[in-house]
Structure formats: C-alpha cells, structure tokens
Ligand binder design. Structure first.
Ligand code: GSH
Length: 243
C-alpha cells in the first residue's frame, strides 16, 4: 500500500512549492491531532482523520508577495493590506492547485460569531510540527505568580521571524492511521531560556528580541521591520514615502 505520507505529499507538494515561491510555508496535520488538545468549544467540526494544513508567512513574504501586491493596487485607502495580501496569495494558490477539491480556508484574523478566533493558530503550528508553542505551563516553577503570560511559537529555522496566517481543511480528504504526528522541534530547551523567552515576548514584545531566541536562517529586512513596528494607522504614510 502507498503510505499516507506519500498520499499527502502527492496532494500538497505542488501547492507547497507555489506558496513557498511567495514566501509561505505549509505543514499538514490531521484534524484529530488538533482537536485532541483542545476543549470541545474549540474543535474543528470535521472528522478526526480529515486532512488540514497550517500556513505560515516567512520573512520572504514581504518582498515576494506584499510589496508586489501593493504595486498592483492603489494602496490609498486599502484596509488591512497584510491580511488582504495573504488572502489574495493563499486563495490564488488554492484555486490553482485544487480546482476540484472542497477546501475550507480560515485566516488568523477571522472571528466566529461567538467572537472566538476561527482557529487557534499557535496550537495548529505546534501540533503540525511547524513551531513549538511555549507556554507558562512549559515552565516548572514560573516566577510570575498569578500573572497572565501569553505563550509564543518558536520555529526551528526562523525563530520568531514568521507569522501564522491560515488554516486549510480538505473536507473530502481522509488520511490513513499510518500518518505519523511529528513533535515540533523543542529549540528552547532550558528553563532559564524559556523564562527569558516569555519575558521578552510579554514585557518587551515591541523590541522583537524574542524572535532571536534561537539562531535563525532568515529574518525580516530592515524595511519589513520598519513596516511592522509602525502602528497600522501610520503605515499608509510609510507606504507613500516608499512610493
Ligand atoms: N490588519 C493589518 C493588515 O492587514 O495590514 C495589520 C496586520 C499585521 O500587522 N499583522 C501582524 C503581523 O503580521 C500580526 S499577525 N506581524 C508580523 C509579525 O509579527 O511577525
């Protein structure tokens, strides 16, 4: 029999290549892996063996997709240009690669009527093996008492220089039991480093230093950093200046 690994690779290989050319990465998983770690209210409403993928933007997204996307439009008055660029790119690749499949696409910024996010992006990144989701619960004696600390995903090659953009569910594709779930690389292993990571992310998020908690192969260009550190309301001005 052909392995499920092969079946998945044959189905999504070309899609993965075309998104990669635009600065995105994808990681496949089974809906059951995601649902297994969440309470019922957060479950994705599909059978456990349904194929899904999580889509990340890498540093190259900005130069390969975003700047060209802006050039083809009047950016004047364009709302949520980053989100729109992700929708534009992901949906174009989905239509091209899966003309005959039912693919449900959810984006990270979308909310349900209950005001819950449509999917928990960091959980999807973790269970798919893309990026380890470090949380307060990963620390044995957290030094912050009852303070709420947000968790953060760290990618083995990109550190924190990426974002989780979308989740796709292939409604009609069932994956065999032989598909192995891979743990995400645990690249921030020591307790001290995990504490340092969560403190950087929660207390000094703006300086972006949490993103360099591991050595990275790629990071955001100066232009991209300037864009993301500018408040969204002032980015239109920045784009005009860049002309
Ligand atoms: N909704 C606005 C847009 O679509 O232009 C803002 C988008 C935005 O700045 N998103 C952040 C982002 O992409 C949060 S996901 N940051 C990149 C990063 O933090 O790596």
């Amino acid at each position: 029999a052909i392995s499920s690994e092969r079946v998945v690779e044959d189905l999504i290989g070309t899609f993965s290549e075309s998104l990669k050319a635009h600065g995105f990465e994808i990681y496949p998983f089974k809906v059951g892996w995601y649902n297994a770690v969440l309470s019922h209210g957060h479950h994705l409403p599909y059978p456990a063996d349904t194929l899904a993928v999580v889509v990340l933007s890498t540093p190259a997204m900005f130069e390969r997709s975003f700047l060209p996307f802006l050039q083809n439009r009047h950016c004047e008055g364009l709302r949520d240009p980053i989100d729109q660029c992700c929708v534009h790119t992901v949906s174009a690749c989905v239509s091209l690669c899966f003309p005959d499949q039912s693919v449900d696409v959810s984006y990270d910024y979308e909310m349900l009527p209950s005001r819950r996010p449509k999917f928990l992006a960091q959980t999807a990144a973790h269970i798919s093996g893309a990026a380890y989701y470090y949380q307060k619960s990963d620390i044995h004696s957290p030094p912050w008492a009852d303070q709420k600390m947000f968790g953060v995903c760290i990618h083995p090659k990109l550190g924190g220089w990426f974002a989780i953009r979308a989740l796709l569910v292939f409604q009609d594709v069932r994956v065999g039991a032989d598909l192995q779930q891979k743990d995400p690389p645990d690249c921030v292993r020591s307790q001290e480093d995990r504490i340092d990571l969560l403190e950087r992310f929660n207390f000094r998020w703006q300086d972006g230093s949490y993103r360099d908690i591991v050595p990275t192969e790629e990071r955001y260009s100066d232009q991209q950093r300037e864009y993301f550190t500018t408040p969204p309301g002032q980015r239109g001005e920045l784009l005009r200046r860049w002309g």
